[in-house]
Design a protein around this ligand. Structure first.
Ligand SMILES: O=c1ccn([C@@H]2O[C@H](COP(=O)(O)OP(=O)(O)O[C@H]3O[C@H](CO)[C@@H](O)[C@H](O)[C@H]3O)[C@@H](O)[C@H]2O)c(=O)[nH]1
Length: 229
């Protein structure tokens, strides 16, 4: 199934970055479905996106820790790819309530990956964070900077998820990724110019995007379908 034959599931799509991604995806001609537990947002943002674009967006108030709820969404919609923004993301709070961060971010992501596999969906863009780099060995960070050594639980959840995704990519007996998969670890600064749509159009099957400048990328919307940008 080509990506455009189905919908892109945007987890955390009601959030700040996720809702901007919706606009880009819709304007690039993708159909989208939103999953969000509304822990840090409302569906008002999605309503505004629908008003702006004139396109309708199925929305689900669903927590990724509710695996059955996630399965229901995959059963209702022909999902061809996922952009995974849903995440608790406050560094300070993650120090105060680490278990909640580990449960929401790690178990939620593992549930998502399980359900994707059950439904034969292997196209994923993961929204990571510059916190995976830990204390800088040099500045500015670039894609070659080592990850790990994170200084807080939030960063560790993102780092662990990157590790999980690398393992899945490496063991394609477990997770049958196509040979033409493009694995893009730590695309820290590329994302400013290259939107999620670029990655989808380039056939990325498992991409990790570290740190996001997607909101800025709104001004470079013409780059969406131009892989040379
Ligand atoms: O378990 C959870 C936790 C959060 N959310 C939702 O996820 C969205 C996250 O968006 P927001 O809180 O506005 O954060 P952003 O600034 O958009 O965070 C983006 O940028 C962060 C890095 O700065 C990444 O960690 C995040 O994954 C990415 O969404 C919100 O709608 C939340 O309601 C869920 O659906 N499930």
């Amino acid at each position: 199934m080509s990506l455009r034959d189905g919908c892109i599931l945007v987890t955390g799509g009601a959030g700040y970055v996720g809702s901007h991604a919706l606009v880009e995806l819709l304007e690039a001609g993708y159909s989208v479905v939103v999953l969000d537990n509304l822990s840090n947002s409302t569906f008002g943002s999605v309503t505004r996106v629908q008003e702006m674009t004139g396109k309708s967006i199925p929305t689900y108030n669903c927590d990724l820790c509710d695996k059955k709820g996630v399965e229901d969404i995959f059963s209702k919609h022909k999902i061809s790819g996922v952009i995974h923004f849903a995440s608790l993301k406050a560094v300070g709070m993650s120090v105060e309530i680490p278990l909640i961060y580990y449960r929401q971010n790690l178990i939620g992501t593992i549930n998502l990956l399980d359900v994707m596999k059950e439904h034969g969906v292997y196209n994923l863009i993961f929204s990571s964070s510059a916190t995976v780099y830990g204390d800088p060995k040099y500045l500015p960070y670039d894609e070659k900077h080592p990850t790990g050594g994170c200084t807080n639980p939030y960063g560790r959840t993102k780092h662990f998820i990157e590790c999980i995704l690398r393992d899945l990519y490496a063991t394609d007996k477990v997770c049958p990724l196509s040979n033409y998969a493009v694995f893009v670890p730590q695309q820290t600064f590329v994302f400013t110019a290259k939107t999620p749509c670029h990655y989808l159009d380039s056939g990325s099957l498992l991409s990790i995007i570290t740190d996001l400048c997607i909101v800025d990328s709104m001004s470079s919307a013409p780059a969406i379908n131009n892989p040379s940008n």
